[in-house]
Design a protein around this ligand. Structure first.
Ligand code: ADP
Length: 542
């Protein structure tokens, strides 16, 4: 017997239709590439997205066409996404922090037919456009006045392009399983791999993320996605925001401490999200200026492990609650969030920080398990770590073109490549990327734990741990640190600080200081580069 309920396909444009109808006046604020702060609302974003869809349709773009975006978070970028999806196209976010050749490789792999590009990134497109044979149209996210007059490319200004249609257009009726968006993982090993989101997975992910113990945002909230739309869908906020009618504040091109602070203050942002490196910049700006954060209530931190010291500073100095989250491009991206379950009610002080060091638990819609290399499941005991595997309606079932098939098994489990343990209350803690874990005398040492501890030293800005060859133990940990400006701690100070807080055999064998730690295009520590840089390093213990 079948249920007798309606078929209501889960299509992304229904989200912006809803926002325009129920929350039409709610603001979208953007620090524009041209400079000024601009203001619009959901009603207008929808009207203009319809024009994007209509203009794409008129220009001959069809269902399934991949349409790239190379842009900061902005209202125009949102309009493009909804317009592209509304005509049945597939928005394909490109990460401008990649090398131009990598971007060209990705565009060719996806066969992008058009691109929406911010003025900032026009030089990238100018450098690679003739290497991307599929590319037919370049739309610059600006108006005629700001469009560069001299370019070797055939450019059109977004504002005049959408003004060339009247907006009398209806969203295409699509299968909810149709592709809606695409994002390539940064490919620290091998070529980048394309993740293809469907309308259904984006809508379900937005519903999952709205749960009170997930992002838990509502219509009264002012949300600033500092995490870029080109980094795993801005962690879904481009869908979650309109689904609940939250006010959105887009930081545009400026992510330094002073610029982020300015928007947090002037727009009274209550909720924000980004990788730890962004918050390092904000916190050091606050420390230098003595400014406070009276409006901000919650910050979601993920993408790489949120150091304990960061959670503590936000809480104790600024009264801001950190929600530590974990996810992946392949998961749309939310996987776990660190809300506090009743089992931990009443925790305070350091015990809260212990809990928040974990990446949190999975909301409804994400299944997870930890296994050994033979796929035997580990107990949820908070210490046995192994391969973290996940499945759910917003988790990838394959990569575009069939790459990386070994990461998916025939029961739909996706091997995340992370090493983790899960405790009896379901809280997961990442101990490493499988490729970064240090194998010392056959035992594993978690680099993330060591890094977290080292940045707890008041004179340390950032820390990374890598394995260095050792004649007896195969590998031993080397701690690489960036000192805070004006501070001069020695290696022995840092090791002294760490002593007693971890198992003796986990203690780094040496400390090296550098001016800067390299980061990937998504803000993670570039361990591969560090390993190359320190390939010939001789440990004093070797
Ligand atoms: P990339 O394109 O670099 O793979 P993703 O954002 O998809 O970018 O990266 C996902 C990976 O980032 C995860 O598999 C995990 O290793 C790491 N990661 C994300 N959040 C956290 C976190 N809170 N703590 C530790 N690692 C994290």
């Amino acid at each position: 017997m079948l249920g007798l309920m309606q078929q209501w396909p889960l299509l992304c444009h229904k989200i912006i239709d809803y926002a325009a109808q129920q929350h039409g006046d709610r603001e979208i604020v953007t620090r524009s590439v041209e400079g000024p702060i601009t203001r619009t609302n959901y009603r207008s974003v929808r009207e203009r997205a319809l024009k994007v869809a209509q203009a794409l349709d008129r220009d001959g773009f069809k269902e399934g066409d991949r349409i790239a975006t190379l842009a900061w978070n902005s209202a125009r970028h949102m309009e493009c996404w909804y317009g592209i999806m509304g005509v049945g196209g597939v928005y394909h976010t490109l990460n401008p922090r990649l090398f131009p050749e990598q971007i060209a490789w990705i565009m060719n792999h996806a066969e992008d037919r058009a691109i929406f590009v911010d003025l900032t990134f026009l030089p990238i497109v100018e450098a690679i456009a003739d290497k991307v044979g599929s590319l037919k149209k370049i739309i610059v996210l600006t108006d005629d006045a700001h469009l560069p007059k001299e370019s070797k490319l055939d450019l059109v200004a977004y504002e005049s392009w959408i003004d060339s249609v009247d907006g009398d257009f209806e969203w295409k009726q699509l299968d909810e399983n149709a592709a809606a968006g695409m994002c390539y993982t940064s490919g620290t090993t091998g070529d980048p791999k394309g993740v293809v989101y469907s309308h259904r997975s984006n809508v379900l992910h937005a519903l999952i993320s709205c749960q009170p113990d997930a992002l838990g945002v509502g219509s009264t909230e002012t949300v600033m996605p500092v995490v870029p739309m080109f980094h795993a869908n801005a962690w879904g906020i481009t869908f979650t925001g309109p689904m609940v009618g939250a006010k959105i504040v887009n930081p545009g091109p400026l992510m330094d401490g002073a610029s982020i602070y300015e928007l947090l203050e002037t727009e009274k942002v209550s909720f924000t999200a980004a990788v730890p490196t962004v918050w390092l910049m904000l916190l050091s700006y606050l420390e230098e200026t003595g400014k406070k954060l009276p409006h901000l209530q919650r910050v979601v931190i993920g993408g790489s492990a949120c150091p304990r010291a960061m959670t503590k500073t936000f809480r104790d100095e600024y009264g801001v609650e950190v929600n530590h989250a974990w996810g992946m491009t392949e998961m749309s991206p939310l996987g776990t969030l660190g809300s506090v379950k009743p089992a931990y009610a009443g925790l305070d002080g350091e015990a809260v920080l212990d809990l928040k060091e974990k990446q949190g638990y999975a909301p409804f819609g994400v299944e997870m398990k930890v296994t050994d290399d033979e796929n035997n499941e580990h107990p949820w005991d908070g210490s046995t770590f192994g391969r973290l595997k996940v499945r759910g309606p917003a988790v990838a079932s394959a990569y575009y073109g069939g790459a990386g098939a070994e990461n998916f098994d025939d029961e739909s489990w996706f091997d995340t490549g992370d090493v983790a343990h899960i405790n009896e209350h379901g809280y997961m803690q990442i101990t490493d990327r499988a490729k970064d874990v240090i194998k010392s005398g056959g035992e594993w040492i978690s680099t993330i734990d060591l890094e977290n501890l080292a940045v707890g030293h008041p004179d340390i800005m950032e820390a990374a741990v890598i394995g260095v060859q050792h004649p007896k133990w195969d590998e031993r940990p080397l701690l690489i640190c960036v000192r805070k400006e004006g501070k001069t701690p020695e290696g022995s100070d840092i090791l002294g600080f760490m002593e007693g807080k971890i198992a003796k055999w986990w203690m780094p064998d040496d400390v090296a200081f550098v001016d800067e730690i390299p980061h990937t295009a998504t803000g993670k520590i570039q361990k591969m580069e560090l390993r190359e840089q320190f390939a010939d390093y001789k440990l004093p213990t070797a």
